[in-house]
Structure formats: structure tokens, C-alpha cells
Design a protein around this ligand. Structure first.
Ligand SMILES: [Fe+2]
Ligand SMILES: [Fe+2]
Length: 428
């Protein structure tokens, strides 16, 4: 991969990764691009790095050569975030150079010492806090803003004042491998942009969603800056329309606690044979009402994809197969993950299929399913509201039909209540 000039004096050095689980957890079927940036003033700053896997640091060093630099030219190494996908290469850097200044928050410097042994005996430690600046010469000034807990406690963003370039590391990032011929939003087709937005939603849902309150604060903190370019640690660089990715992240942070899109996620377990007719009712109703439905079979669909769907959906429907448990454990596991990721304030209902098994046992499945669901929702305090007030729905097609209609009308009421103040504000 070649280094690419982002704007005058700023270069992006990158590495693609694929065929792995990101962080050992999250599938990246379309790969992922890790970005590091060089800012050239009279002094040279390197902002964020890449992972330390075999060959990756060497790829980065080769890219220095290609822009006429050597690693020994780096005066400042700026670490916005200490997670190994951005810092793993430091072990390799230590072997080839030293004496640079390590610029990061105090918390980050403590982590740099414990992770990589980078202390004052090896390099100059330069702790920074919000508002601090470093003049690189030739009109280049870096300014720092602490944005803690996006999604680690030590995180900050770096801003280059002359070009208005923001380096936010994980914030405003996405999954997906960036094509070499089109690293910026202004070179991508509408379809390609939509792809990176979808991958940003999945990235956010998987990595950042549980920290949405911190993301909101970060966006507010960064808003006084005149941001003309967003250059994140993952994904494309936003040059033509930087507000587009900031606005998407603003909405994602809101979706995790407020009504999201007027969409529904159907999570179901079992087999097509045992559940098919009930699922068909849900599909037909959603289609008739023109509501986008995301359907995921549990446990076949990876939680990564389910998290992204639920993040964007105001409504959730849970389909439970014939089972001797109130909730089959894979479904309980998925709901538990939704709680851990703070997918709050959803409207939902559930339906089950009995296949006649309960009549022949002493189990009381209906109340225990509700209890089990409530236990999960309460544990994470995620405030899911069951829109179905009647008896539990077991097998009844008419009730499912009615419940979907209620769910859709409740979603629309929520949307209108969200849109009304916005419309009023516009009118004023
Ligand atoms: Fe991270
Ligand atoms: Fe990252």
C-alpha cells in the first residue's frame, strides 16, 4: 500500500488487515484499514500508529521512505489512543530509533510505560491536556483535546490548525478495507460511501456503543473546532463532507439511548420448519406497512451484525422456538450482549411456539419467559418496553399480526415525538 497525501503537508500511511477477527472478536469480512498520519512542519509528527503483527510495522517504515522521510526524522510521536491496533508497532519502532518526544495524555503515558516500556529513559515524555498546542514550525500547529472514554479512558483527539484536520483515532472510524484508488470521501461513489457508513455503524455498535455518553460529550467538545478534514484511525478520510461522518456518529450515539430509525429487528431461533409460518406473519406485516425489517436467526448470525441492526432499530421482535427453557440459551446470550452494549429504550414484543409440549409438562413457560427477559433488561437497566399487553403470544397468528401493528404504530408515535421539537426549532 502506498502513502497518500491527504492535504498540504499531511500524509496517510496505512495497512490493510483481513481474514482475522478484529480484536479476536469481531468479523471483518470486508477487511479493515489502519491509518497512521504524518504532519510535516519544520519538525515531523507521527500521529497514531498501526498494529504490531508480522510485517505491518515494516510496511509503515517502507512508507516513510516513499515520502522521503526516515523514522529518525520523527520528532513527535502522538498517541491519541493506546489500544494495540494503533500502538503495537511501537515495539518495532523502539528497535530502530529513540529520543523522540512521546505526546499523549498523562493516563496514556502511564499505559505506554506499562505496555511498551516507553519511559523517560528512552524518550521524552510530553503529557498534554485539552487546549495544549505544539508548534511544528512552518505554520503547522497541533492542538490537543481530551475525549476520555471513546472508548478507553486515555483517549484524545489531535487537530492541525492550518488545514483544519482532525485526527480522532477510533472516533469516526469504520470497518471495511479502503480502496487504494479512493481513500477519500470525494473519490467514492454513492454506493461506496453507503458501504462505509454501514461499516461505520457496525464498527460503532461493536466497539464504541457502550460508551455513547462519552461520544456525545466528545462531539460537543470538538464542535467549536473548524473541522475541514476528518482523518480517523480506521477507514476513509472525510475531506469533502467531514460533517457527514460526525453527524452519523452523533446519531449513532443518540440511537443507543433514544428512539433510533423506524425499523424493526426480528431475532428468532429454532428452525424454518417449526417457526416459518409465524415469521411469515411478521415479514408480511412489516412489508405491508413499509417498515424495514432486519431478520436474524440466532445463533447463526454473528452478534456483530445483530448489534448493528438493533442499534438502528427502534423495534425488536423476539421469536422463541419450542423449548423447555424460558429462553433458549443462545437467545438469552444475544439479549445479554445487547444489554452489555447498552442498547437501551427499545420497544419490543415476543412470541413463542409451543408445538404442544407445555400441555404435557408442569412448566409455566409464559410467565417464566417474561421473568427471564425482565431479569436481563433490569440487570443492564436498558428499559425495553413490551408493547403487547395481552396474554403471552404462543402460536397465535392473529395475535402476532396485531402485535406487529401495535409495534409499528408505537414506533411511529415515537418518531413523531422526536421530530416535532426539531420541526418547531426549524420553524422558529
Ligand atoms: Fe480502540
Ligand atoms: Fe482502533
Amino acid at each position: 500500500m502506498k502513502p497518500i497525501q491527504v492535504t498540504d503537508g499531511i500524509f496517510r500511511l496505512s495497512a490493510h488487515i483481513q481474514n482475522i477477527l478484529f480484536e479476536g472478536l469481531w468479523p471483518i469480512p470486508y477487511g479493515m484499514t489502519m491509518n497512521s498520519y504524518i504532519v510535516k512542519g519544520r519538525d515531523i509528527a507521527l500521529i497514531d500508529g498501526v498494529c504490531g503483527w508480522d510485517g505491518v510495522p515494516e510496511t509503515l517504515f517502507r512508507q516513510f521512505d516513499e515520502i522521503g522521510l526516515s523514522v529518525h526524522d520523527i520528532r513527535y510521536v502522538v498517541l491519541n489512543h493506546l489500544e494495540p491496533d494503533h500502538t503495537g508497532w511501537l515495539t518495532a519502532l523502539k528497535k530502530v530509533t529513540q529520543g523522540f518526544e512521546l505526546v499523549a495524555t498523562s493516563r496514556a503515558l502511564r499505559l505506554a510505560k506499562s505496555f511498551f516500556g516507553l519511559d523517560a529513559s528512552f524518550c521524552t515524555l510530553r503529557p498534554v491536556q485539552s487546549g495544549d498546542r505544539i508548534d511544528l514550525g512552518n505554520g503547522r500547529v497541533l492542538r490537543f483535546e481530551e475525549i476520555p472514554n471513546v472508548h478507553w479512558p486515555e483517549t484524545m483527539a489531535t487537530y492541525e490548525e492550518r488545514t483544519g484536520t482532525l485526527f480522532p483515532c477510533d472516533a469516526f472510524g469504520s470497518f471495511g478495507s479502503v480502496p487504494d484508488h479512493a481513500p477519500f470521501d470525494d473519490r467514492l461513489s454513492k454506493k461506496e460511501l453507503a458501504f462505509f457508513e454501514e461499516e461505520a455503524i457496525r464498527y460503532y455498535a461493536n466497539i464504541v456503543a457502550a460508551f455513547s455518553a462519552a461520544v456525545k460529550k466528545a462531539i460537543e467538545k470538538l464542535s467549536p473546532l473548524d473541522i475541514r478534514i476528518v482523518a480517523p484511525g480506521h477507514g476513509i478520510v472525510w475531506k469533502k463532507d467531514p460533517e457527514r461522518i460526525v453527524d452519523l456518529y452523533r446519531r449513532l450515539a443518540e440511537w443507543s439511548t433514544e428512539p433510533a430509525e423506524p425499523e424493526i429487528t426480528l431475532l428468532w431461533a429454532g428452525t424454518e420448519r417449526s417457526m416459518g409460518d409465524l415469521l411469515k406473519v411478521v415479514r408480511n406485516e412489516a412489508e405491508e406497512d413499509g417498515v424495514r425489517l432486519h431478520v436474524h436467526k440466532v445463533p447463526d448470525t454473528h452478534i456483530s451484525t445483530i448489534l448493528a441492526s438493533v442499534l438502528r432499530s427502534t423495534g425488536v421482535i423476539i421469536g422463541i422456538p419450542p423449548s423447555s427453557d424460558p429462553l433458549p440459551s443462545p437467545m438469552a446470550h444475544v439479549l445479554d450482549d445487547l444489554g452489555r452494549k447498552r442498547m437501551t429504550n427499545r420497544l419490543f414484543f415476543w412470541f413463542g411456539r409451543t408445538a404442544g409440549i407445555y400441555g404435557q409438562t408442569n412448566l409455566q413457560p409464559d410467565s417464566s419467559t417474561d421473568e427471564e427477559l425482565n431479569r436481563i433488561f433490569q440487570k443492564y437497566q436498558i428499559r425495553w418496553e413490551n408493547v403487547w399487553e395481552g396474554d403471552s403470544i404462543r402460536d397465535e397468528i392473529d395475535s402476532i399480526q396485531q402485535a406487529v401493528r401495535i409495534l409499528i404504530s408505537r414506533i411511529r408515535v415515537r418518531q413523531e415525538s422526536m421530530e416535532a421539537p426539531a420541526k418547531l426549532a426549524k420553524a422558529v
